[in-house]
Design a protein around this ligand. Structure first.
Ligand code: XMP
Length: 524
């Protein structure tokens, strides 16, 4: 499919953690959209893109401030439908002559809402067709400010206890503002709202993953030209998809580099080399550099420093191996949206840093290579769909995700080679147990972390003073939110017994029952 011929939706990003979820909902509805940070939405962009509808995201700023980020005024004169979410709703209100207040209302009542809330219908609205069939509807709110006075020609269509203007609209101009987030799973009818918006905007829903693949290949071809590309493989699905896409795009201008940083799981290096060389038949350089990484990590306990060290070493290794390949100008990598959003907003807008994911952090300018990141806007399950589209082996597609910094971020506290060895053996047993019990495909990701604490135990008749470890297993759709997996007690006790019996150095096993949020999936 040629992207010139599809109906385009412009998403204006104000730095919400959920902006990509909006895009994802639209892709699920087979609609084509592009995200731009608010400051990149220029007249030229609007003329080039000719959006058929506009969505404004939420964001951390306050519309009550004079310096609040805003869209260009001309978006309101294009004659296209606008859906404005949370901060988007508030800034649209201010732009069109209404008012927004921070914190407490004049009555002294608190008007912020975080988390689950319930909205009631005030009057019917095309955007909410299919809602309110059983009375109140559940939505997900995350706002401190609220709309306090409507712009001219706007009306209220729905309200919640703390948001009297939960849904506002000027139906004649097709401008809609919602205070809640219809893109998150906790707004169960959110998809219906997007579906209604697509109908209102008369958007043809003909966008598919096949089209995404073609577009990604085309974009790589245009970006790379006649130059050479190197691609960092991690053994996981993301970098494999990037490598195959790049190979389709530029053939033997591509060289894949697989770095063994000494932080891989048991047997992983051999497995990766065989899949890429024998199955996928991609040109591969195997860079065995464990000492470089392990020496610089020894004794380090700060999670961010560990990530930065690994990122830095990766670059050095890449530089070393790339210097043997003539005319390399590009580095292709499998950065996904969750890696990006937790480091900085994907589109360059403002969002909070949670972790410096190694494939986005530590990339010094002197690297001298331009990045090719065709998965930057996708979620894990979408990458799996793309992998199937590209014909990758099912075993690779189903593999649990594994983080770039590897086992180093599963050794909280001071890093040491001896702890790493213990961890690697325990992890192999845990994964073996999960496979033996037929649970591997039900679980999104499972691993062991070794704790920075030794505890007293008794084995045989002797005292032990060994490490405790934690088992982690989560279910998730996209890695953005996750629940712990409810293993049976029998499974947990059998696994704990095996680990303690078979791994010297561990005498206590615990199970992590934290969801995300408030935890993250990895421990660091
Ligand atoms: P968290 O721990 O942030 O992890 O909830 C979400 C998902 O991302 C993986 N992860 C990473 N992947 N580079 C990666 O390629 C990284 O630096 C990184 N850190 C976390 C994590 O394993 C989980 O699947």
């Amino acid at each position: 499919m040629n992207t010139e011929s599809v109906d385009r939706i412009l998403i204006i990003d104000f730095g919400s953690q959920f902006t990509q979820l909006i895009a994802r909902r639209l892709r699920e509805l087979n609609a084509y959209c592009e995200i731009f940070p608010y400051h990149k939405v220029t007249t030229e962009l609007l003329q080039k893109m000719l959006p058929k509808a506009i969505i404004m995201s939420g964001g951390p700023a306050s519309a009550t401030q004079a310096t609040a980020p805003r869209p260009p005024r001309e978006i309101y004169d294009l004659g296209v439908p606008v859906l404005a979410i949370c901060y988007g709703q508030q800034i649209m209100t201010v732009d069109l002559g209404g008012e927004v207040q921070s914190g407490a209302a004049e009555s002294g009542a608190r008007t912020s809402e975080f988390g689950r809330a319930f909205v009631d219908q005030q009057q019917p609205l095309d955007l909410l067709t299919g809602w309110f069939t059983g009375g109140q509807e559940q939505v997900w709110m995350s706002h401190g400010d609220h709309v306090s006075k409507l712009p001219q020609n706007f009306n209220v269509y729905s309200y919640s206890a703390n948001a009297p203007f939960a849904v506002i609209a000027d139906p004649a101009r097709k401008f809609y503002g919602v205070q809640f987030h219809p893109e998150v799973h906790h707004t169960p009818k959110g998809n219906k709202l997007y579906e209604n918006f697509l109908k209102i905007a008369n958007i043809e829903q003909n966008w598919t993953m096949t089209a995404y693949r073609q577009q990604a290949i085309q974009q790589i071809r245009e970006q790379v030209g006649q130059k050479r590309v190197i691609c960092g493989l991690s053994g996981g699905i993301d970098s494999a998809v990037v490598a195959v896409l790049a190979h389709h795009a530029v053939g033997d201008q591509l060289t894949c580099i697989f770095v063994d940083h000494g932080l891989l799981r048991q047997g992983e290096a051999e497995e990766v080399v065989s899949v890429f060389q024998e199955h996928l038949k991609l040109p591969l350089v195997f860079a065995e550099e464990p000492h470089l990484f392990l020496n610089s990590l020894e004794g380090e306990s700060d999670p961010e420093t560990k990530r930065k060290i690994i990122g830095k070493r990766f670059i050095e290794v890449f530089q070393k191996y790339a210097s043997n390949i003539e005319q390399v100008a590009f580095l292709a990598q499998g950065t996904l949206y969750p890696d990006v959003i937790e480091s900085v907003s994907a589109t360059g807008g403002p969002s909070e840093t949670i972790k410096s994911h190694h494939n986005v952090g530590g990339l010094p300018d002197e690297l001298g290579l331009e990045l090719v990141e065709p998965l930057r806007e996708l979620f894990k399950d979408e990458v799996r769909a793309l992998g199937r589209e590209l014909g990758l082996p099912e075993q690779l597609i189903r593999r649990h995700p594994f983080p770039g910094p590897g086992l180093a971020i599963r050794c909280p506290g001071a890093f040491s080679r001896s702890k790493l060895d213990i961890l690697r053996r325990a992890d192999a047993i845990y994964i073996d147990q999960i496979k033996r019990h037929g649970l591997y495909d039900e679980i999104w990701q499972a691993f062991v972390a070794i704790l920075p604490v030794r505890t007293v135990g008794v084995m045989g008749d002797g005292r032990t003073y060994d490490y405790a470890c934690v088992l982690r297993a989560v279910t998730s759709v996209d890695g953005m939110t996750a629940d712990y997996y409810p293993f049976s007690h029998d499974f947990l006790s059998e696994t704990a017994t095996r680990i303690i019996n078979e791994v010297s150095g561990i005498n206590r096993v615990t199970y992590d029952i934290t969801s995300k949020p408030p935890g993250t999936i990895e421990w660091e």
